[in-house]
Write a protein that binds this ligand. Sequence first.
Ligand SMILES: CC(C)(COP(=O)(O)OP(=O)(O)OC[C@H]1O[C@@H](n2cnc3c(N)ncnc32)[C@H](O)[C@@H]1OP(=O)(O)O)[C@@H](O)C(=O)NCCC(=O)NCCS
Length: 176
Amino acid sequence: MELRTRRARTDDLDGVMSVLESALPPNLRGDATDYRIRIEKLGENFIVGELDGEVVGYVSSMIMPDRPTVDELEMLFDSEGVESAADFHQGGNYDGATKCFYLGVIAVKEGRRNNGYGTALLEETKRLARSKSFDRIHLITTKEKEPYFMKRGATAIDDSFTPYFGVPHRWYEMRV
Ligand SMILES: CC(C)(COP(=O)(O)OP(=O)(O)OC[C@H]1O[C@@H](n2cnc3c(N)ncnc32)[C@H](O)[C@@H]1OP(=O)(O)O)[C@@H](O)C(=O)NCCC(=O)NCCS
């Protein structure tokens, strides 16, 4: 079945929470209140993928300004994960000095994976970035997820992994 992608609405909240529950460990996900705010504030950058009315995945992104504030980072991440905006820029080759189009979270429900839905959500994010005149997107990911993004055109821009949210991540860019 083909995935339908569209901007998230607040009535998608239950569906988004159910994707999250199967995709991210409790320490890496916020609660429904956080996500309601994110859906409202990220607007067209919060995209859901639905199959026959069921939300099976989502991707959130934003135009990250130079030196983002804690509030801005909390739009993508959970407050307990970002102790300070400065922490977000520790160690990496990308130091936050340049505004970028940032992919925050991409997630597909466990039983729905391996059907190309993650790729479709990623493609939708690339389209969005292009529509905002960006020629690449930035993201951080873990060693485990690195092959997924590299296979889809990401290249590492950090030499090494740095702990973000308690887990080693590094920065990547992906031309769109
Ligand atoms: C990462 C994640 C979003 C990928 O979602 P997905 O929907 O499984 O992704 P895809 O289906 O596009 O690709 C996964 C695999 O499915 C297979 N696949 C893709 N399209 C397919 C299709 N039409 N039919 C059969 N298999 C297919 C491919 O083998 C692909 O593997 P590859 O990377 O070797 O190419 C998902 O694993 C997830 O939610 N993980 C937990 C959250 C997470 O870690 N997010 C990333 C960090 S923020």
